[in-house]
Ligand binder design. Sequence first.
Ligand SMILES: [Zn+2]
Length: 163
Amino acid sequence: MKSAQLEISYSVYQDSDELSESDKNLLLRAREVTKLAYAPYSKFNVAAVALLANGQIVEGTNQENASTPAGLCAERVLLSTASMLFPNIQINAMAISYDNLQGKSIAPATPCGICRQTLQEYEDRLKHPIRLILGGLEGQVFIFEKAGLLLPFAFTGTAMKKN
Ligand SMILES: [Zn+2]
């Protein structure tokens, strides 16, 4: 037996002004798009905005439902939209922001587990890392060079393949 360690690297910026122009624009747009969320229950408006390899921008917001499990996160709304409108076009970067209508929005929020799984598969499918830019309406910004970094030991379906 031997023990093993896992290390994840990401960048921390003090605020959006430290970002590159492209990353900053994407995050500012995500902050703006939080207004389009449908989140009457949680009052936690989330937006995701992606820059595709073909230069197109795709947006998503959380879409809640009185039947809680029927709701969808912003990230998966975005990925489904991108997959339909721009099939097989890689996603270069995705900014995710939120507006907590009952509290603060001063630190990055990371995608939930199901979204991490979905992001991971999108990266695998198109063989391209999705750079994640995570930030609230203000405060620090985290950048992960690959969404899959957020889901170590992801289930990828490899085990289901026939020999
Ligand atoms: Zn999610």
